[in-house]
Design a protein. Structure first.
Length: 257
């Protein structure tokens, strides 16, 4: 007999940036716990392929997809209208993110503003649009995929770190404001995780060596390890946890001298 505290049966989750990397791993993890999953991403071909894969892997679960750019206001509105038409929402995972890493003085204004649009403003607006749907349930949750770069300096470029720091603060604010509505709001802060986006940097042996030297566990993380932390925060078992940030970083943030 499954312990319902460790299951998500009957719940529906929306995962942004769900067609690859950490987002796809989160979708797979939530499906494994019994949730129905809706994916949103910009790449329609990748979305189509991923939905087919997940439906084959989880034939008794609903897997749905919506092609959109969450940094675009009209697309966000259309996405949430679609979510409402699907029958409601219990879990929102704000995972979509972008970055261009360079020295602060070398960013064009359009570049750094786009980082904020995708990483922060989209998550805030989607959370606000989702609130009326989430509040309809006795218990629901929002998980924001932040970064260790929002908690300390890493070589990600200032705008990325700034946007993620604000995302972590947004997590704390909304957790307190929406606790009375039965909505828990938490975040995760990954360090280097093996994904398509990080593969170029991690393929530089010198850079990889620098990363591993700063990571007590001596290895790069997997997307599934971030997904497991996200799934835990969604579970009824985590019902008294809100406003929290779980670092998925192999000890990186605790490394001193």
């Amino acid at each position: 007999m499954h312990n319902p505290r460790w299951r998500l049966d009957g719940q529906t989750a929306l995962v942004t940036g769900g067609s690859a990397g950490i987002g796809l791993a989160i979708a797979r993890e939530l499906l494994g716990f019994g949730a129905e999953v809706m994916l949103a991403a910009r790449d329609s071909d990748a979305l189509e392929q991923v939905v087919a894969e997940l439906q084959e892997e989880f034939p008794d679960r609903g897997v749905f997809a919506f092609n959109c750019d969450v940094s675009d206001e009209e697309d966000r509105g259309a996405l949430m209208d679609w979510v409402e038409d699907q029958g409601g929402l219990h879990i929102l995972v704000n995972n979509a993110g972008t970055n261009r890493s360079r020295p602060a003085v070398e960013y064009g204004e359009d570049e750094w503003r786009q980082i904020f649009e995708t990483n922060l403003f989209a998550a805030f607006e989607l959370s606000r649009l989702a609130q009326p749907l989430l509040v309809q349930h006795a218990a629901s949750s929002i998980i924001n995929v932040g970064s260790v770069s929002g908690l300390t300096h890493v070589r990600s470029g200032a705008p990325y770190g700034m946007s993620k720091a604000a995302l972590h603060q947004m997590t704390r604010n909304l957790a307190v404001e929406w606790a009375e509505d039965g909505i828990r709001v938490n975040s995760v802060a990954p360090w280097y995780i093996r994904t398509r986006r990080t593969s170029a940097k991690l393929s530089d042996p010198e850079y990889l060596d620098d990363v591993l030297q700063r990571t007590p566990m001596g290895r790069v993380g997997d997307a599934e390890e971030v997904a497991a932390a996200v799934a835990f925060l969604c579970l009824p078992a985590a019902s008294y946890i809100t406003g929290e940030c779980i670092a998925v970083d192999g000890g990186f943030l605790r490394y001193g001298f």
